[in-house]
Design a protein. Structure first.
Length: 304
């Protein structure tokens, strides 16, 4: 049996009981380590699981999947995935490879940013298409995400923007020369994400995003509390795009980061819940009322 097991969002203890039982029954345990990261190292996982964990990078998962599947028709093998196996990044390819080899597959689900984003108070029913935002280069600035955001906003829906990470990436020169030399890990910050979004808005000029009147919510390390690994914790900050761009990077907490662009179907309860995290409550409520049409006065909360 091939088990594809979601690990959740934070540390080694987020695995489900069913997932832990599958890990303990497995002869080999792989950790998919390129589409996202867990906030603890593999040694913490090994100590908790009582199993050796083999790190599976992009090359192994995409081009050497047979190594993972080897013997899985006769014994249990586990592939661990941060979040949920079919969350932000699906793993359909390895499932299809297993099926074609006659290997049974069982998927064990867990929390991912796709549902844990509700921690900021926005209703999951009000989300549209999620988009990914990659690091821009001088010669490569893909903007297909803009069209998805425009479609969501046209329907009044929120947009979850997943920010890029670069783990075990090669420079163009090293890639061209076939040298297995990797760049240091990089994680997109909220200010950089906002800057890229507004750069594309300035180029496209379709009035989809406005620095002063588009509300957004930044999230980091969702699901972690103060007692988490390395004393990290969940952080939520909301305001206009302009306000978020002006905050120091440390105000958003440690990576991984995500950003939500607020749609016009904003409910007044969403506004009231999220204002606890606002850069400026007065601006948050004013824009929600004047631009998004939320009726808030009868539910006014005391100022702190």
């Amino acid at each position: 049996m091939l088990y594809i097991i979601g690990l959740g969002l934070c540390d080694e203890k987020d695995i489900t009981v069913r997932g832990l039982e599958a890990v303990k029954s497995s002869s080999r345990v792989y950790l998919e380590a390129y589409t996202s990261i867990l906030l603890v190292n593999k040694e913490r996982l090994e100590s908790f699981y009582g199993k050796e964990v083999i790190v599976a990078d992009r090359d192994m998962v995409e081009t050497q999947a047979e190594e993972i599947l080897k013997g899985a028709d006769k014994q249990d093998v586990s592939l661990l995935v941060v979040g949920d196996p079919f969350g932000a990044t699906t793993h359909i390819d390895i499932v299809l490879r297993a099926r074609s080899s006659g290997i049974p597959v069982r998927v064990i689900h867990n929390a991912s940013i796709m549902n844990a984003v509700g921690a900021c108070g926005l209703q999951l029913y009000n989300f549209g298409q999620a988009v990914s935002l990659v690091f821009f280069t001088d010669t490569w600035k893909p903007d297909s995400f803009y069209d998805r955001i425009r479609e969501n906003i046209g329907l009044g829906l929120h947009t979850l923007v997943l920010l890029d990470i670069k783990v075990k990436e090669q420079s163009e020169e090293n890639l061209a020369r076939g040298r297995k030399i990797y760049e240091p890990p990089r994680y997109m910050s909220i200010p950089q994400a906002v800057s890229q979004l507004l750069e594309i808005e300035s180029l496209r000029a379709e009035n989809v995003l406005s620095p002063k009147t588009t509300l957004a919510i930044a999230l980091s390390r969702v699901g972690c509390d103060d007692a988490g690994p390395d004393n990290t914790r969940q952080r939520i900050v909301c305001g206009t795009l302009e306000q978020l761009s002006e905050q120091p990077p440390e105000s958003f907490g440690e990576p991984l980061h995500s950003l939500v662009i607020i749609g016009k179907r904003l409910h007044h309860l969403e506004v009231v819940y999220a204002e606890e995290y606002a850069v400026c409550r007065e601006t948050w409520r004013r824009v929600a009322r004047e631009v998004y049409g939320c009726v808030l006065d009868y539910m006014a909360t005391p100022e702190i």
